[in-house]
Design a binder for this molecule. Structure first.
Ligand code: FE
Length: 200
C-alpha cells in the first residue's frame, strides 16, 4: 500500500466528514475540526470489520438517539463518528447503528437505557454519536459495543477499542483491527471508526 496513491473513495468520504458536513451542535467546534483518518483504509474487496461477541449486556430496542450523555456525568465527552461501508467502500445509507457501553464507573445499565442508543446512517452512510468515555471494568480494557442492523437483520456485532490504553495488551478480546482513531481536545475526544459490512 503506497501512501502516495490517489485518494481512495474512503479518503474522499473522510474529507467530507472532516468538513463538518454533519451539522454538529452542542460541542466546542475545535474538538471536531480535528482531522481523523479513516479506520482502517477501505480498498475494494477488503475484508469486513472483524466481528466480536456482543457480551452479556446487550439490550434490544434501545432508544433512537444520537446523544447518550447524561446530566452531571464526570467522564470525558466523546464524539464517535464514521461511515458504514460495503466491502467495495460504498456507503450504506439508512442502516441502524446500535451503541452500548459501560458508564463512568464501569457499570452497564441493565434496567433502563443509559448509554444505549441507536441511529440510522444518513444518505451518505454516516453515523455520529455523542457520548462519554466508558470506564474500565474488571477483566476488560476500555471499549464500546456496537451492532449494525438492517430491518431486523444483524449485519455486524463488534467492539471498538481506544488506542494507547494499557489494558489493551492484557485483554483477550482486544483487536488492533478494531481500534478507533482518536483526537483529544481538552475535555472532549473525537473518535472515528468506519464499519465495513460483508456486502458488495
Ligand atoms: Fe463490555
Amino acid at each position: 500500500m503506497s501512501t502516495h496513491s490517489t485518494p481512495s473513495r474512503r479518503q474522499l468520504l473522510h474529507g467530507a466528514l472532516a468538513a463538518g458536513s454533519l451539522g454538529l451542535t452542542g460541542y466546542p467546534d475545535a474538538t471536531f475540526a480535528q482531522e481523523l483518518a479513516p479506520t482502517p483504509q477501505c480498498h475494494d474487496g477488503d475484508p469486513p470489520t472483524e466481528p466480536q461477541t456482543e457480551g452479556p449486556f446487550y439490550k434490544p430496542r434501545s432508544p433512537a438517539r444520537a446523544d447518550l450523555t447524561e446530566p452531571g456525568a464526570k467522564a470525558r465527552l466523546v464524539e464517535l463518528s464514521g461511515y458504514v461501508l460495503t466491502r467495495s467502500c460504498r456507503p450504506v445509507p439508512r442502516v441502524l447503528v446500535d451503541l452500548w457501553h459501560a458508564d463512568e464507573h464501569g457499570d452497564y445499565d441493565n434496567r433502563t437505557f443509559r448509554y444505549r442508543g441507536h441511529i440510522l446512517t444518513d444518505a451518505a452512510g454516516r453515523y455520529r454519536f455523542r457520548t462519554i468515555e466508558p470506564a474500565l471494568y474488571p477483566g476488560r480494557t476500555r471499549h464500546y459495543h456496537a451492532k449494525v442492523l438492517a430491518t431486523g437483520r444483524q449485519l455486524l456485532t463488534t467492539q471498538l477499542y481506544f488506542p494507547d490504553e494499557p489494558m489493551n495488551a492484557r485483554d483477550g478480546f482486544f483487536s488492533r483491527e478494531l481500534l478507533m482513531r482518536v483526537a483529544n481536545s481538552g475535555e472532549a475526544m473525537s473518535a472515528r471508526f468506519d464499519f465495513v459490512l460483508d456486502l458488495r
